[in-house]
Every structure is written in structure tokens, then in C-alpha cells.
Design a binder for this molecule. Sequence first.
Ligand code: AHR
Length: 375
Amino acid sequence: MNKKLLSLVLVAALAMSLLAGCGSKEEPKATTAAAADTTAAAADNETEAPADTTAAAGDETTAAAAAGGNTTGETIKVGYAQVGHESDWRTANTKNYQDVFSAANGYELSFVDCDNDNAAQLEAVRGFIQQELDYIVIAPIETAGWDTVLQEAQDAGIPVIIADREIDAPDTLYDAWVGTNTKNEGITAANWLAEYLDGKEANILVIEGSVGASATLGRTEGFNEVAAEHSEWKILDSQSGDFTQAGGQEVMESFIKSYEGQFNVVVCQNDNEAYGAMDAMKAANITYGVDGDVILISYDATHDGLQYTLDGAINCNVECNPIQAEVVAGVIQAMATGGSFEKTTLVNDQAFVAPGIESEYATTMTQEILDGRAY
Ligand code: AHR
């Protein structure tokens, strides 16, 4: 085990023991899962999280900072400009922030649900600047349009952490980034499909996430990169379902009208879209999942998505881990106490497949895995 990896293991173990003993109201399962599933990774000053980053958290990061508890003795005011409430993933992510940045943990959290509205999100960040909060956390709805407001935060001397999704702005305009590698998620989904099909033809329909979101761009890019290596695959169509169940259903209904009988793979870029797509296929008497005519791939691996995977309705579900607030709090603690922190921290993802499927890219679902899920 190299020195950095060893230090990560030690920090994670210490963080888990602190979390277990700190009297938080969270269920023990939830705190354990959050600590265990989170890998801090360094990728010096890169805006896009690289696929192969495995380095550990800074050696000097304190255990208390890794656990997220505020050790400064003074309440820290944090603003979180959240994307919205479009999906189960988002609900889990919001709860994670509210649990970690609680008054009991020494924080005052100003939370704004931006309802997928870019203007509202910029307004929320400007509101945090006006209120002179200590730290600003942004889960950016879209990658574009951040330079001006980030410059305003920097001019006001307020550190900014970009979380969950990525932005298209110079990394000198923000202090840290914490999130998942969505391009890798797309690559994993496509690699699994190639393994499962073993050379058979694929006629693929894609229900994308929200337009302009890095989660959409990354998953699409990763999937398409692998798809380009398979001349036996054809992407028939790719439309946005806006990461919602209603959007997924609407797009699937229109796909069925245009392509009925022509497709054998549906890729939904999150679980909620997959629920909508399943409703649309059911209504059209199209079978899906391990016993069906259509292979169904989803992303997020939230609790209900994994239940469908365990039931065989979703063939493969690629995780996007929403439990990120502990890492963000660790970065804030390091900033507040003059400790070191990584500019870029990746949160670990894994993929799951339905029972009966064996894969080198994904874990076969069991009831035990589902029971151990905190979100
Ligand atoms: O940015 C993460 C994505 O946003 C999740 O996949 C999706 O469910 C959410 O809305």
C-alpha cells in the first residue's frame, strides 16, 4: 500500500470512528456508508475529474476535518445553492447537507433550492455574498455562466466550493471542487453493455439529463466514446428528460411512437427518468429488464433504483454517490483552521447489475446490498 493510500485509509477509519461516536442523529448505517463510500482524490488544479485518479486526501488533513465536525469553536455560516429537487438523488444530497451542516455540528446552513433555474441560482449566490456568509457551496445547474459571480465572491473574500457537478470556468475563480466522475460513469455503463451483449447488435435510445449539466455532458461523452468502438451499435436517438420521472416518461412515449420495434436498449441518465421510461414501456406492452426485450440501463443507484435492479427490471445501474457533504465540510474545516486540502476531490461510484448477471464492471445486486443503502 503506498503512503497516500495508507493515509486515506487511516483518515477514513478515524473519520468513521469519530462519526460513530459524535452523537449525531443520523442512523449509524448512514454515517458509516457515507464515510466508507467516500474517497478523497487529488487531481492538481484540474477542472474535470480524471478517470484514473486514485490519490488520497492530503496527509495533513485532520481527522476532525475529515469527519466534517466544526472544530473552530465558532459557528461557521455556509450557503448551499442547490440545483433543485428534480430527483431522488437530489433529495438524498439535500438531506446529507442538512445533516452534516447542522447547528449541532457547529454550522449555520443557508440552503436555497434553485428549482433548476440558472437565474435563481446566480441570485442565491449573490444573496450569500450580500449576507457575508463564511463559505459558499454551489451545485451548478449548468456548466456555463459562472465567471462573473465567482469573481464577485472572490472580491468579497468568500471561499467557494463547487460540488456535485462541474463548471466551465478558470479554477482560479473557486477554491475547491468535490463531486463524481460522470464521464467515467458513462464509460462504465457502455463497457457493461458491451460485455453483456458480447458482440450482438444494439439499437439504443438515450434519455439524457438536463441540457448543459455536467452530469449529462459527462455521461453522454463517456458512453459515446465506448459506443464509437462498436460498429454493431447504433444510437437511434438521444433526448433530454431533464432528470425527472415526468420527463423520462414523456421522452419514452415519444421514442415509442417513432421507434417501436426498432430498439433493444434504453439508457436513462438517472433513476427517476428510468421510472418514467418503465411506465411508458409498460403502457405500450414493451417488456424490459433481464426477462424483457429491452435492456434498461440507469444511473444514480438510489434506493428505489437499486430495488428495481434487484427485481431485474433495470439491468445495470451505475452509481452517482450523493453523499458528499462530509467531504465538503472537511475542506471547509481545513480552510478554517489553516490546514491543507485538495483542490479536487472525487467521491467514489460503483455499478450494480441485476441478479443472474456477472460482470467485471459491476456488482451483482443482493438484498443485503439494498438493506445497507442509506439513500
Ligand atoms: O448531478 C447529479 C445528477 O443530478 C443525478 O444523476 C441526478 O439524479 C441529479 O438530478
